[in-house]
Design a protein around this ligand. Structure first.
Ligand code: MGD
Ligand code: MGD
Ligand code: SF4
Ligand code: MO
Length: 739
């Protein structure tokens, strides 16, 4: 008899509620959960392929340990012992700081990925920490940190209520939204139009999102910061600036006006490849709309002026009076965010507390740029990376110059990977510890709830039992236990107990905490029996903004309440949060941080640069997710192909028909051509995450249709300086017919 189980989808940031069909101990189907408070039944092809992803025969069901050079199946005891031996030896010989850590994207989608990697990093005492953030959203963290004092104070467009949405460098019709967690983003865009709202899309490609828009501006890649500064210029020039209610909490408006003086629409038009009047119309439209929100994503982030562009998105939101108001750009309040404690100045945000050893790149959020990982492994000397831990990442495909990283990973003395697949990166590991599939893992969106366009809380316990395998929490805890000198076979609950003890000690000693002055033992005893991660989630919820404060607010959230509400608990539309969330030294929104004003000098210089020649951008496909969904028949095919998109006129000029050679700063590739009107002239696009043709991987279907690794065109030397983020969009390339 088939049964059903509810499970939040972990495959992208939309966090849709799924109803899984379970038969004979396995998932056989998935559909959207109509009663889910957040997603109301929405599902996409990836979520619908949950069963195939869960049951992929190429997923590792047992750990692999390198023996005589060959990765070989081992028992869990053997694998944990090999992990312990290898890591202990590396730490003994070279020290914890010589162990590098790379954290990939799915850590944002698992309970374990949110709760345990920080403990591993602390156990090592290493500064060699890298993640997908410096291939993605780090510019946004920096701009938020500088403006609001907190790098996690995300603004999201109030999608359900806005009258005017400007989407810059994002394609939510395909990506389903990012840094704006919204199930059914496509439906929300359609409803915006139905209620008479306007959608403007700024993207060099005519994406599915652009096709839905009232207006589509197609600038040259890498120029959004100049475009937005010109919008700012017009707002001042035409007397359209009106900060509205947040005005009293904002400082730096005059500095922004002065900066924008040089960036009038006529001054930037050629650089942006737009008509000056298009820019004026954009500014006027934003100012005239009853409410509006500017939303920027990958195309404003992984570019040469990424932090500037990310900052200017919010500057425009502020200057048009749309920050922190209904229908504008608002701050979500996650159920695991600490309970608000009132407005008080903070220490602000700084970067560069240390620098990367080889090329001196500043630390950002205690991380170094992933683009410098290879050189940190290759370059001898004090602090050289001698061992690696990777969790849920595939940087050989996702980071610039994969061939170099591939060679570098060959050199490390010991590597552990926590990953369900033997892939381009994990094939270098000495021990691979595969977590169980999603059906056997719990789900709670620790990270993504802070980005939700409607506040909510949902928890999925594992839908199926573990069947003797350790879950990912246990795998990561055992790595931590080794690093804390307790041995891999110590009780993993010790790790969670330690976190609970430390957190509650701090909270009870903090006069502004909802549990100030209470006894740690009393609070600890109130946490549920059960897995350590559940105890920690319960603690976070109870201390959180909607929590029961350990019984003080009986109506507040606990994990028990979430378990009793399997379709989730709706916490209502977004609410204004200024000035309470500000943690800048001034206690105000700092609209003109000196670091950003100074970085704008680079942009001013760039305005006069030659703009001929092709530039390369990326694209995403609905039936794919970065590098790890190319192994499923259910998702293969359709538009999901690794092709080079080019405008017909460019193709004709070059005589390109079926196949092209593309040369970039890092190398060259031969790739099939797809001629389409849906891309600006002078721009080429290639998706990332392909290039599954390296030997020794274990994804058979992916290897049979490998595609090429776009990141091989990139040598990794171009970084957004303030965030250390790799420039992945707007890469100069030359293109010619192949052969
Ligand atoms: N050229 C170019 N490059 C890009 C981008 C681009 O737009 N253009 N985008 C960048 C962006 S935004 C990102 S986020 C990065 C992604 O960069 P990465 O995170 O390095 O790459 P992914 O392909 O997401 O790899 C995810 C890995 O996690 C594993 N995995 C899946 N589920 C789980 C799980 O539950 N637990 C564990 N432990 N592992 C799991 C998969 O098998 C896979 O190995 O790529 C970046 N690279
Ligand atoms: N189906 C699917 N969904 C995904 C993923 C996936 O691989 N597949 N990946 C997930 C991840 S890790 C992330 S980070 C999100 C990303 O979410 P999005 O940012 O919404 O997704 P992208 O498709 O990368 O959209 C970036 C857009 O920027 C445009 N662009 C490139 N350069 C520029 C520029 O200089 N200026 C402007 N204005 N636009 C530019 C590109 O043409 C592209 O349309 O998607 C997530 N969701
Ligand atoms: S949109 Fe994202 S969260 Fe929703 S079903 Fe698709 S992959 Fe899953
Ligand atoms: Mo990403």
């Amino acid at each position: 008899m088939a049964e059903t189980a509810l499970r939040i989808c972990p495959f992208c940031e939309a966090t849709c509620g799924l109803t899984l069909t379970i038969d004979d101990g396995r998932v056989v189907g998935a559909r959207g959960d109509r009663d889910d408070v957040f997603s109301a039944g929405f599902i996409c092809p990836k979520g619908a392929s949950f069963a195939e992803l869960d049951n992929d025969p190429d997923r590792l069901s047992a750990p692999l340990v390198r023996r005589d050079g060959v990765l070989t199946e081992a028992s869990w005891d053997e694998a944990f012992a090999a992990m312990a031996e290898g890591l202990s030896a590396a730490v003994r010989e070279h020290g914890g700081p010589a162990v590098g850590v790379y954290l990939g994207n799915p850590n944002a989608h698992t309970v374990a990925g949110a709760l345990y990697p920080p403990l591993i990093i602390r156990g090592l005492g290493t500064r060699q920490v890298f993640s997908a953030s410096t291939l993605d959203q780090m510019p946004k963290h920096v701009s938020l940190g500088l403006m609001f004092g907190s790098p996690a104070a995300f603004t999201v467009p109030d999608l359900d209520r806005t009258d005017y949405l400007v989407v810059i460098g994002a394609n939510p019709m395909v990506s389903n939204g990012s840094l704006a967690t919204a199930a059914d983003f496509p439906g929300k865009l359609r409803r915006l139009r139905e209620r008479g709202g306007r959608l403007v899309v700024v993207d060099p490609a005519r994406t599915r999102t652009a096709q839905l828009a009232d207006r589509h501006l197609a600038p040259r890649p890498g120029t959004d910061a100049a475009l937005l500064l010109a919008v700012v210029h017009v707002l001042f020039d035409e007397g359209l600036v009106d900060l509205g209610a947040v005005g009293e909490f904002v400082t730096g408006v005059d500095d922004v006006r002065d900066l924008a003086a040089d960036f009038g629409p006529d001054a930037v038009a050629a650089f942006c490849g737009l008509d000056a009047d298009e820019i004026r119309t954009l500014a006027r439209g934003l100012a005239a709309a009853p409410t509006a929100a500017v939303y920027g994503r990958i195309g404003t982030s992984t570019v040469e002026f990424g932090t500037l562009g990310s900052w200017l998105v919010d500057v425009v939101n502020v200057l048009t009076g749309n920050l922190d108001r209904t229908g504008g750009a608002m701050f979500p309040l996650s159920p695991v965010a600490p309970a608000p404690r009132g407005h008080r100045p903070g220490r602000g945000f700084s970067t560069g507390r240390w620098r990367s050893r080889v090329s001196g790149r500043p630390e950002v959020l205690s991380e170094l740029p992933t683009a410098v990982l290879a050189e940190e492994i290759e370059t001898p000397g004090e602090g050289q990376i001698r061992a690696m831990i990777t969790v849920a990442g595939n940087p050989v495909l996702s980071a610039p110059d994969g061939d170099r990283l591939d060679r570098a990973l060959d050199q490390v003395e010991f590597m552990v990977s926590v990953d369900p697949y033997l892939n381009e990166t994990t094939r270098h590991a000495d021990v691979i510890l595969p977590p169980p599939p999603p059906s056997r893992s719990p789900h709670f969106d620790v990270a993504l709830n802070a980005l939700a366009v409607r506040n909510n809380a949902r928890y999925s316990p594992p839908a199926l039992p573990l069947d003797g395998r350790p879950d990912e929490a246990e795998i990561l805890s055992r790595i931590a236990l080794v690093l804390y000198g307790l041995g891999h076979d110590a009780d993993p609950a010790l790790v969670d107990d330690q976190v609970v003890a430390t957190t509650l000690a701090k909270e009870t000693a903090d006069a502004s905490s909802p549990v100030a002055g209470r006894s740690v033992d009393e609070l600890t005893a109130m946490l549920p029996a059960g897995p350590g991660y559940e105890r920690r989630l319960d603690m976070m919820l109870r201390l959180g903004a909607y929590g029961d404060a350990f019984g003080t607010r009986p109506d507040g959230l606990t994990l028990r309440k979430l378990k009793d509400a399997p379709h989730g608990i709706d916490l209502g539309p977004l609410q204004p949060r200024l000035p309470d969330l500000l943690r800048t030294p001034s206690g105000l929104v700092e609209l003109a941080p000196p670091q950003l004003i100074s970085d704008a000098g680079r942009l001013r210089d760039a305005l006069h640069r030659h703009t001929d020649g092709f530039v390369l951008i990326g694209r995403r496909h609905l039936r794919s997710n970065n590098s790890w969904m190319h192994n499923l028949p259910a998702l293969a095919g359709g538009t999901n192909r690794c092709t080079l998109r080019i405008h017909p006129d460019d193709a004709a000029d070059l005589g390109l028909t079926d196949s092209a050679v593309v040369k970039g700063p890092g190398g060259e590739l031969v790739v099939p051509v797809e001629v389409t009107e849906d891309i600006r002239r002078g721009v080429l696009s290639l998706p990332h995450g392909w290039g599954h043709d390296r030997p020794g991987t274990g994804q058979k279907l992916a290897a049979s249709r490998p595609g090429v690794n776009v990141n091989q065109l990139n040598d990794g030397s171009m970084l957004d300086p303030l965030s250390g983020t790799a420039v992945l969009n707007g890469i100069p390339v030359v293109v010619a017919p192949a052969g």
